[in-house]
Design a protein around this ligand. Structure first.
Ligand SMILES: Cc1cc2nc3c(=O)[nH]c(=O)nc-3n(C[C@H](O)[C@H](O)[C@H](O)COP(=O)(O)OP(=O)(O)OC[C@H]3O[C@@H](n4cnc5c(N)ncnc54)[C@H](O)[C@@H]3O)c2cc1C
Length: 388
């Protein structure tokens, strides 16, 4: 039973990048994740460190302090950071990857310059706020509303389950600026220190070191220029933004599933029961092979969908079939994660239930992957609709 391959040949440059990330995770993250999880947060200084290593900047324009590149490079970051076994760390450290893209794509040049470079430098934190207490799946029914009063928008409403919600310096917020339905939605950049913005922390099943919050907008005033794109363009922007988020969630899920396989295999090779190593029991070997089968299939699909994504020129909308494939890939990857986390904890036995093992944390963090960024049910629905 050999180690898992990457599914496709990587360039020397990509391999070197992967190796440098692996040692960063081993030296600067893995030894601390348990303590960060128990503390409910990781040090803010980690954003600067991630920027020093060039991780926050990947995929953003040079003019805004970024490093333009294909999605593959970001996936390498997701995969290698997943080796820490902490989904919460990935979610918060990279929340800018869901908060910034609308600003980069549609924000005014002044707004872009104000928001993006400090976030990519690790000095500020960005987040995305769409979900509301009344629901997250049906984005077209967002209730938080913004009214133009003179040269300011005045926002009233509530958002919930927002990653980096407490610490974010900039929030990209979905608001209703027009009538009911998708056509009435807009996106707006709201500074974290805006008067009237109140934030409350939430406790969760997993992702403990990630900050998750409810946000109350009590007549929050933001300059008219903080509108991102045209009024009414919010729904289209949100849907486009979801594609990148779902691909990254799929890559992260697969990487966590691979960690489960590796840890289960290691354990099965060392642990002895009934006078032989676990791996010598056929039942255990078969569990490992079932895990590997799911992992290999998911990796192949991920490689294909990433290729389709990267073949689409920047600025050109993805073809409906590609959007459908991204939705199905997210489900494939999260189901693989569910299966592998379950099998791994079983193979580790009581040790799999103990804090401090990667499998224990990953098992607790499985569910959020099938819910965040669009639930499993909504992914199927959206894929079916794309295919007509
Ligand atoms: C830890 C965490 C972090 C998050 N971070 C963010 C963030 O940073 N920003 C943000 O905006 N949101 C965030 N979310 C919210 C997340 O995107 C939503 O939870 C998700 O979209 C589902 O919305 P909901 O929870 O309101 O469930 P609902 O929309 O109320 O759905 C409840 C259930 O019903 C199912 N369902 C709904 N409609 C249908 C249908 N038509 N057919 C079949 N089944 C249906 C859903 O699949 C789900 O199983 C986060 C969530 C979590 C848990």
């Amino acid at each position: 039973m050999s180690a898992l391959g990457r599914g496709m040949a990587e360039t020397t440059e990509a391999q070197a990048f992967r190796d440098s990330l692996r040692s960063f995770v081993q030296r600067e993250i893995a030894p601390h994740v348990d303590a960060w999880d128990e503390a409910g947060e990781f040090p803010r200084a980690l954003y600067r460190r991630a920027s020093e290593l060039g991780l926050l900047q990947l995929g953003y324009p040079e003019a805004l302090g970024g490093t333009p590149c294909g999605l593959r490079w970001r996936l390498i970051v997701s995969e290698e950071l997943a080796r820490s076994g902490s989904g919460g760390l990935l979610a918060s450290l990279f929340s800018h990857n869901i908060g910034l893209p609308p600003i980069v794509a549609q924000g005014s040049p002044q707004l872009q310059q104000r928001v993006v470079p400090p976030v990519l430098a690790g000095e500020k934190i960005a987040a995305l706020a769409i979900t509301e207490p009344s629901g997250g799946s049906d984005v077209a029914r967002v209730k938080t509303h913004a009214v133009l009063e003179g040269d300011h928008w005045v926002i009233r409403g509530e958002k919930t389950f927002i990653t980096s919600g407490l610490r974010a310096d900039w929030l990209t917020v979905a608001v209703r600026t027009g009538g009911p339905g998708a056509a009435g939605l807009s996106l707006m950049a709201v500074p974290g220190d805006a008067v009237g913005l109140h934030r409350t922390p939430l406790k969760k099943m997993g992702w403990w070191c990630s900050d998750t919050a409810t946000l109350h907008f009590d007549a929050v005033r933001v300059p008219a220029a903080n509108l991102i794109g045209e009024p009414g363009s919010g729904f289209r922007q949100i849907m486009g933004n979801f594609n990148g988020e779902r691909l990254l969630l799929a890559a992260g899920s697969l990487a966590f599933a691979e960690v489960c396989y590796e840890d289960a295999l290691d354990w099965a090779r060392q642990r002895e029961t009934f006078g032989v190593r676990l791996v010598e029991h056929q039942v255990i070997r078969h569990k490992l092979m079932d895990m590997r089968m799911h992992l290999r299939a998911t990796r192949a699909l991920l490689s294909e969908v990433v290729q389709l994504h990267d073949d689409t020129p920047p600025g050109v909308p993805l073809a409906p079939e590609v959007v459908a494939d991204i939705c199905l890939l997210k489900n494939q990857a999260t189901q693989t994660l569910q299966f592998c986390a379950d099998q791994a904890v079983q193979i580790l036995g009581g040790m799999g239930f103990m804090r401090g093992t990667r499998c224990e944390r990953i098992y607790r963090e499985v569910k959020v992957m099938t819910i965040g960024g669009g639930t499993e049910e909504i992914m199927k629905e959206l894929a079916a609709r794309q295919l007509g």
